[in-house]
Design a protein around this ligand. Structure first.
Ligand code: SF4
Length: 768
């Protein structure tokens, strides 16, 4: 079995090919509603018990409450006193605060080999890890270890590195600002910038595309802007599942007269109809229509689509000179306009139409709408960022906003919607393998050392370095590296080349089973849990998609008294590794997080008076020049760009596959086996196909196939998937990750951002 490695122990790298009994139903015709509430409460009852669950939910996303460990959608100014969370937020809480435990007895009973043959769903449902656990070299069972011994093992391995670059420190987007700041400081004092993070696999393309054109790698809008926009484009995003409270904001926008345009290969229930469970009228009416327009674009057809829209917006300008294109804004605030319009003016429309697959008349209609309204917001997610031409697609979106002057004014702007609650905050704290020199200068000045200046490894480079045996120590702050990354078999074998792997985690996942020669699990507190340190109860801070920094504090007893907070783990480890070499008060910072925030204030611009301002009920906004019409590029102007039309060639009898989430998952965490919105029940090994393609290939509904991707001289196989007819453009198909991450070649990355191309994999389907 190619996906079973035996280097140190015999473990399965990818989820087993077990089928769970597929049932098909009609896709839901509306998102959320009473069903959403009942499903959420079922998860709460099963995992935490109603009493504890309701206690947590009463504080979820409330002022001075618990920040949801799900996505990074912001809190509205007027929060619902009843429930300021969505179904998937409740599921995230249920998972984290589950009463199930992976304690010493659990690990004594189940070997790493045995558990690696469990599905990711079963592994995740095993519960919270309660003790520091160690997997010695050559052993198959984790055994308990003291925190002190665990830190010493890490310190010894780090000291055995011949260069600091033999150690890599990964971060998942749930890590708080305080833990992230201490972590990057620890890593840079150790001497490396090897700080890959989950951003590398999700919005890196947004950071690069926006950074190049407007000078900041973040969105420029607030939640109020969403309410007051005239037109909102939702591109390559499925908010109904991945940012569900966004639906309430889109509903508000519509109530204020705004229009919503959904651009995506798949029609999604959430952008079709939304039943706000907190509105009895909505429930009675059966919900409100969200998208006024659905543009079913082909996979990777976004650049031709936006070029066509830009072309017709310019046509509208010709018909109504001065009414559409904001010349004053363009002259005063931008560069590159002339090259841009001459390229768009010569656009080969028929070719572009063929490439995007959307009806001509519909595009013209949308272009007219965009020409008639200035308060335009474009929201996007992985459907854009995980493609080869992701950065150029984002640059075309920026072109449209600059052409209309729709950035830096109320109700308008750019909105990459982050999928992880603090992924943006971690980057702000310095979790980045390519740190800016200003940031390193500030660190050097405050801590009197010379920080490493050469860039570190991103996620893909980390896997390549592991493969080449260049990584001795791999430490992960949260996350599930082995399941979240591409090319699973290659990655799994690469991870096994590492000497020591260390996972700071709340729950068991596959990264605890596919490890280095020896491995540690350091169990940490979750967001829902009280964090008591010497100076008393602590809170942490996070930054949401809109750049608001606010607090999060837990309200329930930790799952076990052996757990430590992330800041405590990093500061105690640093204390063991460095002692008083750098004269940094690690333990004092552990005991009182206000001291960490004081350090953040010294190093990072925008955090003045941090401890005072973050205690305000709604926290505070970080500076964002483009939000206020001040572009922070080197020229101080926004850039129009000319982006080549992508060329794709798909071999005969092949399809373009994209990986997606079901409604019962959050990243690699599997809450359940249903995908209610798409009418799929009790099965994850499914491939969604266009009916004509099924007919062409002679596939029946539910027929089992193997999915194969051939690249770099290797055939990667994902076995036993049921074919399901679905409303998806001809020539493309969709499957869930992480089950098909094994089909994404490591070399398949987006230009310039190097984000794995999980939304564009060329595959062929084999009948069994
Ligand atoms: S929208 Fe996102 S942040 Fe809000 S409750 Fe749902 S999962 Fe959590």
């Amino acid at each position: 079995m190619p996906d079973v490695t035996t280097k140190h122990r015999r473990v399965k790298i990818v989820p087993p090919e077990e089928l769970t009994g597929l049932e098909l139903d009609k896709p839901s015709n509306a998102a959320a509603g009473i069903t959403g509430v009942t499903v959420a409460m079922k998860h709460i009852a099963e995992e935490t018990g109603m009493w504890k669950g309701l206690k947590i939910l009463s504080k979820l996303n409330q002022r001075h409450g618990i920040d949801c460990p799900g996505c990074a959608w912001p809190e509205p100014n007027h929060r619902s006193a009843v429930a300021e969370y969505c179904e998937n937020g409740a599921k995230a809480i249920a998972e984290e605060a589950t009463e199930k435990k992976c304690d010493i007895g659990f690990f004594a009973e189940h070997s790493v080999e045995e558990m690696s043959f469990w599905s990711d769903y079963k592994i995740g449902k095993s519960g919270r890890v309660t003790h520091p656990m160690y997997l010695p070299k050559g052993a198959s069972y984790y055994e308990p270890i003291s925190w002190e011994k665990a830190y010493q093992i890490i310190a010894d391995e780090l000291k055995s590195c011949s260069t600091p670059d033999e150690a890599v420190f990964y971060t998942s987007g749930r890590t708080s600002n305080e833990a992230a700041f201490l972590y990057q400081l620890f890593v840079r004092l150790f001497g490396t910038n090897n700080l890959p993070d989950c951003s590398n696999m999700c919005h890196e393309s947004s950071g690069v595309g926006l950074g190049e054109t407007i000078g900041i790698g973040k969105g420029t809008v607030t939640v109020d802007d969403i309410y007051n926009a005239e037109v909102i484009l939702v591109v390559g995003q499925n908010p109904g599942t991945n940012h569900p409270r966004m639906l309430s904001a889109l509903q508000k926008c519509k109530e204020n007269g705004g229009k919503v345009i959904h651009i995506n290969p798949l029609p999604e229930t959430g952008t079709t109809k939304f039943v706000n469970p907190q509105s009895p009228l909505d429930v009675l009416k059966g919900g409100v229509k969200i998208a006024d327009y659905f543009l079913q674009v082909k996979i990777a057809g976004d650049i031709p689509l936006f070029k066509i829209l830009l072309h017709y917006i310019l046509e509208e300008e010709k018909k109504h000179p001065g009414a559409v294109v904001d010349q004053t804004f363009i002259t005063e605030q931008t560069l590159g306009y002339d090259d841009f319009i001459s390229e768009i003016a010569q656009l080969d429309i028929p070719k572009a139409l063929e490439a995007c697959g959307v009806e001509h008349s519909l595009l013209k209609e949308v272009a007219t709408l965009l020409s008639a309204n200035k308060k335009i917001i474009t929201c996007w997610a992985m459907g854009i960022t995980q493609q080869k031409h992701a950065v150029n697609t984002i640059r075309e979106i920026v072109n449209m906003h600059l052409l209309r002057g729709a950035v830096g004014i109320p109700g308008a702007g750019l909105c990459p919607v982050r999928g992880h609650s603090n992924v943006q905050g971690d980057r702000t704290m310095g979790i980045y393998e390519k740190p800016k020199s200003e940031f390193l200068d500030s660190l050097d000045k405050v801590y009197q050392f010379s920080s490493p200046r050469h860039h570190g490894y991103d996620v893909v480079e980390t896997i390549e370095a592991m493969h080449e045996g260049k990584v001795k120590v791999f430490m992960a702050m949260g996350g599930n590296f082995i399941s979240a990354t591409p090319d699973s078999e290659f990655t799994g074998k690469a991870v096994q080349n590492v000497g020591l792997t260390v996972q700071v985690s709340t729950k068991l996942n596959r990264a605890h089973l596919v490890t280095g020669e020896h491995a540690l699990i350091l169990p940490c507190l979750g967001r829902t849990e009280l964090d008591l340190q010497k100076s008393g109860e602590q809170f942490v801070t996070v930054e949401n998609s809109m750049g608001v920094v606010h607090t999060s504090r837990g309200n329930v007893k930790p799952a076990d008294h052996h757990l430590k907070s992330e800041p405590a783990i990093v500061s105690e480890l640093a204390d063991v590794v460095f002692g008083n070499k750098f004269n940094i008060a690690w333990k004092e910072m552990r005991d009182n997080y206000d001291l960490i925030r004081n350090e953040i204030e010294k190093v990072i611009p925008g955090f003045d008076d941090f401890n005072k301002r973050v205690r305000q009920p709604d926290g505070f906004y970080l500076p964002n020049g483009p939000r206020n019409g001040k572009f922070t590029t080197s020229s101080g102007k926004a850039l129009f760009t000319v982006n080549p039309m992508p060329q794709f060639s798909v071999p005969k009898d092949h399809l373009v596959m994209m990986t997606i989430r079901s409604h019962d998952q959050y990243n690699t965490t599997i809450y359940g086996l249903d995908d209610r919105y798409r009418g799929i029940k009790n099965e994850r090994r499914v491939v969604l196909m266009n009916r004509q393609d099924m007919h062409h290939f002679g596939f029946r509904e539910k027929e089992l196939v193997n999915i194969v991707s051939d690249q770099d001289g290797t055939s990667r196989v994902a076995s036993h998937f049921h074919v399901i007819p679905f409303d998806i453009p001809k020539g493309s198909c969709a499957t869930y990750f992480p089950e098909t991450n094994c089909l994404v070649p490591l070399s398949s990355v987006a230009d310039r951002s190097k984000t794995p191309m999980s939304k564009y994999i060329i595959v062929r389907l084999e009948k069994l």
